[in-house]
Design a protein around this ligand. Structure first.
Ligand code: KIV
Length: 295
């Protein structure tokens, strides 16, 4: 039985996502980090909304995802939760929230579920994260895997580089994908890997794969919403398709507002509140009386 919400679209769950893979129906995913954007994305019918740790750069101005904290992630997750009705809501576990100790991982993930309303948490890495994945799932927390170019490994990778280009790297990716699949992750993000490798992984696993810079053969696609909308300050990566230039729209609107204020073109009379004629007449009479007393 599927639960339907007010707008007659079905609530997306882990089951819907697996069914979509079986039916070869592409899964649509986007990031969102605030209430207004999340509402627009949810109402547009996107299946999965990710409160990605990419908010470190897009929202908070850090130069990588590494510094962002659990509390900062939670602040954004709560705002997004208030907006989302139908999409499946995933929250990223930030760097060091699951790397140091499995108990930390459990406590942090439980906060994302209880306080942030996450329906799943995403963690980066394959084989070496297996214990964490099992422990989270034992605690009834669905997990999204993320392999390939994993931005939290920036310092180990020595830069944001396409992964899975040598035979041994491809073998490792296949192992990572297979162990996460067997462990029962609900989605598997494949980032920054050759199309051919993503396609092989997608065929080999039961878990729906979600590509970002991994070609069209994945079971779904995700983009960072700021990239899609043109709200970034660097040239976009090769895989990004810009659907709008919202950055330019904002810049132009703000400049026009600035000019209107400076020239007093804003606000005009239609943008003002007015007293009623009677109130204005009484007020004018009072002011006049006060003036004549002062003389
Ligand atoms: O943090 C993020 O936005 C992500 C996606 C790009 C997959 O991890």
């Amino acid at each position: 039985m599927s639960i339907t919400t007010g707008d007659f679209r079905s609530k997306i769950t882990v089951n819907t996502l697996s069914e979509k893979k079986l039916k070869h129906e592409p899964i649509t995913c986007l990031t969102a980090y605030d209430y207004a954007t999340a509402r627009l994305v949810d109402e547009a019918g996107i299946d999965v909304i990710l409160v990605g740790d990419s908010l470190a750069q897009t929202m908070l101005g850090y130069d990588s995802t590494i510094p962002v904290t659990v509390d900062e992630m939670l602040h954004h997750a709560k705002a997004v939760r208030r907006a989302v009705r139908n999409a499946f809501l995933v929250v990223d576990m930030p760097y060091a929230s699951y790397h140091v100790d499995v108990r930390d991982a459990l406590n942090n993930a439980a906060r994302f579920v209880k306080e942030g309303g996450a329906e799943a948490v995403k963690i980066e890495g394959g084989e070496k994260r297996l214990e964490v994945v099992h422990r989270l799932m034992d605690a009834e927390i669905p997990v999204v895997g993320h392999i390939g170019l994993t931005p939290q490994s920036l310092n180990m990778m020595g830069g944001y580089k396409v992964q899975g280009k040598t035979l041994s790297a491809i073998e490792q990716l296949m192992r990572d994908a297979t162990v996460l699949d067997r462990a029962g992750v609900c989605l598997l993000v494949l980032e920054g890997i050759p199309r051919e490798v993503a396609s092989m992984i997608t065929e080999a696993v039961e878990t729906p794969t979600i590509g970002i810079g991994a070609g069209p053969d994945c079971d779904g696609q995700i983009l960072v919403i700021h990239d899609l909308l043109g709200m970034t300050f660097q040239p976009p990566a090769k895989f990004v398709r810009r659907y709008a230039d919202v950055g330019q729209v904002i810049a132009n609107s703000v400049k026009t507002y600035r000019d209107d204020v400076k020239t007093r073109a804003y606000p005009d009379d239609a943008e003002c509140y007015h007293l009623s004629k009677e109130m204005f007449t009484s007020l004018a009479a009072i002011v006049e009386r006060k003036r004549s007393i002062q003389k």
